[in-house]
Design a protein. Structure first.
Length: 219
């Protein structure tokens, strides 16, 4: 049974429609991951030893284990403690926490390179620590880490395909279903690869636009 480009084209509409689920999940996860990264960065900046120890353990676990190991507990273990999440919600939570950890680690590196001038000026104006963080530090962090955030967005989009293992009906799972029903597994996988490539190219293009605007504002 040889490769059939016509079957790839035939699978594209169904796989493409399902891949839109990956796209909207990725958008939601990006927002939650950014909020998680900012929250963890704020917590760590308080320098409370006991809390930071817990945060460090959590970060070490996330960075040191495969993301699938983090997805499964959110879906199969959380119901044991009363949090019965549907597959989509469980997947969004798992990937958001995972990406939030990598974002806070990048924020930590960027914090050391921030310009002290605006912070000192804000302090001289008697702004509260919360206002300094929100008005001065956070905008600088986001500008400095924008390329990383765009890169993390592409990782998030690709990671949504892993949610097929907990029965989320997204692009990759639909491709598997088509392949299983037709006994032609390769062509649907090519179709879903095309869809993910297209979505990531759109995301990277949007990120490049933001970077150019950011560079123009800095000038």
């Amino acid at each position: 049974m040889g490769f059939d480009i016509a079957f790839v084209l035939a699978a594209l509409p169904d796989v493409g429609a399902a891949s839109l689920i990956n796209a909207w999940m990725a958008i939601i996860i990006c927002l939650f991951a950014l909020a998680t990264g900012i929250g963890l960065t704020l917590v760590r900046s308080l320098k409370i030893r006991a809390i930071n120890a817990v945060v460090d353990i959590f970060i070490s676990f996330v960075r040191g284990t495969p993301i699938l190991i983090q997805i499964f507990p959110c879906y199969y273990v959380l119901p044991l403690v009363g949090l019965d999440l549907n597959p989509t919600t469980a997947g969004i939570v798992a990937i958001s926490l995972n990406s939030g950890v990598f974002i806070t680690e990048n924020f930590r590196g960027a914090l050391s390179a921030l310009d002290d001038g605006p912070i000192e000026a804000a302090t001289a104006l008697a702004l509260t620590p919360a206002m300094i963080w929100y008005l001065v530090i956070l905008p600088q962090l986001l500008r400095r880490t924008l390329p990383m955030l765009v890169s993390e967005g592409t990782v998030i989009l690709k990671n949504t395909a892993l949610l097929s293992v907990i029965t989320v009906t997204e692009g990759f799972r639909v491709a598997q279903q088509i392949g299983g029903a037709t006994f032609r597994p390769f062509e649907p996988l090519i179709a879903v690869a095309i869809c993910f490539l297209a979505l990531n190219l759109i995301l990277v293009g949007f990120g490049n636009l933001l970077e150019r605007r950011n560079a123009a504002m800095v000038r």
